[in-house]
Design a protein around this ligand. Structure first.
Ligand code: SF4
Length: 302
């Protein structure tokens, strides 16, 4: 059994566990502010604050306080701009935020979640300059390569836009992490494995797998309530995940095997609320099925 876990790579590099500090850049999203759409992606609950959530140093202190009990005093951190589209703003506004987030010695990297259609040349160059100081990761929510599903989820950009963004980031030495959602309606396990394979071949460095889950107040919740949507069972999720892991190169870093939904708003599938149990079940299945990352690719070569 083998998969290339982020926690192992971070431990190797920094000699211990590295904690993420969730920060807000105050950016909105073109898929919500009317530029591309107003309702956002179908699963997006719009959680997080549009308005600036205070000075970065205060946000860092508050985020550190939240993990202080387990992190201790020697911990290392990744400053993580997670919610919304964190490059959807001018370089003049964003650069100081990112610089402040990277300033403390114990912050070892910056991770920025965004959309591939929100990476202007100027922004890319600013990120490259920061990357020369400390590692910068950019996270892109591709979710699927299949156009009909992308339309259904109202992603708002086509695959070539993603390809160009990955290339532009790689040209500047910036690490790229791509999000994929398993369990999108109409997608078979084979289609999910195709998406994973595509991400593996895209040149991205890392991948995050998520389960499609229904949160209260989203358009997805309305689909689910109307009986037009079924969510995955845990065994089906594990089976699809195993197929995806086998399709990605051995060196690609797996950042997540499942998502972390907001429990109080979760409508379905309810089994996903118990993350510890889900991860245990995944690990047991990987062991039992002897899952080897990249094994499907190796098989094709022989
Ligand atoms: S791109 Fe992200 S923030 Fe924007 S609507 Fe989609 S999920 Fe929400």
């Amino acid at each position: 059994m083998y998969w290339n876990r982020l926690s192992d790579r971070l431990r190797e590099q920094y000699g211990g566990k590295v904690y993420k500090l969730a920060l807000s850049s105050g950016c909105t999203c073109p898929n919500r502010d009317g530029t591309l759409g107003t309702r956002g992606c179908i699963f997006c609950d719009g959680a997080g604050a549009f308005a600036a959530a205070g000075e970065i140093c205060d946000q860092l202190a508050a985020a550190k306080a939240r993990v202080a009990a387990k992190a201790g005093t020697e911990a290392r951190y990744i400053a993580y701009f997670q919610s919304f589209t964190n490059t959807y703003g001018s370089v003049e506004r964003l650069e100081p935020l990112y610089r402040q987030a990277l300033m403390p010695e114990e912050v070892v990297a910056l991770s920025i979640a965004t959309r591939p259609d929100c990476l202007e040349k100027e922004t890319l160059n600013m990120l490259a300059a920061l990357n020369a100081r400390k590692p910068v990761w950019v996270e892109l929510g591709l979710q699927t390569i299949h156009p009909e599903t992308a339309r259904w989820l109202r992603r708002g950009y086509d695959l070539p836009v993603f390809d160009r963004a990955v290339q532009a980031l790689r040209e500047r030495g910036i690490k790229v992490i791509v999000h994929q959602i398993l369990g999108l309606p109409g997608e078979t396990p084979e289609m999910m494995a195709e998406t994973a394979r595509y991400i593996g071949e895209s040149g991205a460095d890392g991948i995050k797998f998520h389960l499609l889950h229904v949160l209260r107040g989203t358009d997805l919740a309305r689909e689910w309530e109307a009986g037009r949507l079924e969510t995955m069972t845990l065994p089906a999720y594990i089976q699809a995940l195993e197929a995806c892991i086998r399709q990605i190169p051995r060196e690609m870093v797996v950042h997540r095997l499942t998502g972390d939904g907001a429990k109080r708003d979760l409508l379905a599938p309810l089994w996903s609320a118990d993350k510890k149990r889900v991860l245990n079940a995944i690990h047991r299945a990987f062991l039992q099925d002897d899952v080897e990352q990249g094994s499907a690719l190796e098989k094709e070569k022989t």
